[in-house]
Design a protein around this ligand. Structure first.
Ligand SMILES: Nc1ncnc2c1ncn2[C@@H]1O[C@H](COP(=O)(O)OP(=O)(O)O)[C@@H](O)[C@H]1O
Ligand SMILES: [Mg+2]
Length: 262
């Protein structure tokens, strides 16, 4: 049984003069512990897919299933991380990370201990009492990662989480994310429009078409679990796979452009 599945999911908005079809007949299945990257041009419905799995939205037709149950609402089993870290500016790093569990009245000492472990894992040991304004963009996003992971979700949904970071920081965050994933085996569904990011991170890449969003290609990456960003490009098949992915993505982006031009 897959951990997450979308079966013939379609979603449209009632816009004038005609309805806007965002997703058309999407079918996908993600295994438990898998790292899947959704790659596609802007506006193709990537965030919408995450919103459906998160339970923020429901489709007009088809079904979204998580662990055998239809997704109807958000739940603590599915965490979400956005491009912006969305930290509470008046709370410390530690208080930000423990905010949710404290609301749920979890044991404070236990939660604090777990939070310290997570902050250590994301390289923020010693920054527990800093305020968000004292952190760089990458550090804030590490806090967001620790906060999302602390309650032990089965699934993490990541919506272009490193999109606002500079290139060096983004690479560090990608390495950190992969390391945390191998240590937890959480199921990850990660959205990006960056081909190299997808190639480094994913077990499997799903390429989406321009709107209406469909899955047009699937690429299982043969690079193994232990990956080094510096030597990845030397792996056999890397060039060929990158070429295939780039070609497919550019095709879709061009289709999108011509669709928008008169
Ligand atoms: N509430 C809404 N009403 C109408 N159109 C929307 C709404 N939300 C999103 N859309 C449209 O749905 C499409 C897909 O959006 P989204 O999933 O955010 O794309 P992506 O994340 O791939 O950039 C976009 O064209 C967007 O304009
Ligand atoms: Mg988006």
């Amino acid at each position: 049984m897959p951990h997450i599945s979308l079966d013939n999911v379609s979603l449209h908005y009632s816009a004038k003069p005609q309805p806007l079809t965002v997703l058309e007949d999407i079918t996908l299945a993600i295994a438990e512990g898998e790292f899947v990257v959704l790659l596609g041009p802007s506006g193709c419905g990537k965030s919408t897919i995450l919103n459906l799995v998160a339970g923020f939205q429901t489709p007009q037709s088809g079904s979204v299933i998580c662990k055998g149950k239809t997704v109807q609402r958000p739940g603590p089993d599915r965490g979400m991380i956005f491009q912006q870290p969305n930290l509470f500016p008046w709370l410390s790093v530690l208080e930000n990370v423990t905010f949710g569990p404290r609301l749920q009245k979890h044991q404070k000492t236990e939660v604090t201990e777990q939070a310290r472990q997570w902050l250590d894992r994301v390289g923020l040991a010693g920054f527990e009492h800093h305020a968000p304004w004292q952190l760089s963009g990458g550090m804030k996003q590490r806090v967001a990662l620790a906060r999302a992971w602390l309650p032990g979700p089965d699934v993490l949904l990541l919506d272009e989480p490193f999109g606002a970071l500079d290139a060096q920081t983004r690479i560090m965050m990608q390495e950190l994310l992969r390391k945390a994933w191998t240590e937890t085996s959480t199921t990850l569904l990660f959205v990006t429009h960056d081909v190299e990011e997808a190639l480094f991170l994913a077990d499997r890449i799903l390429i989406m078409s321009a709107r209406p969003g469909k899955i047009v290609d699937e690429i299982v990456l043969p690079f193994g679990r232990e990956r080094d960003i510096e030597t990845l490009a030397e792996q056999p098949d890397y060039r060929e796979i990158k070429h295939r992915v780039l070609h497919r993505v550019r095709q879709e982006a061009r289709r999108h452009l011509s669709w928008r031009l008169p």
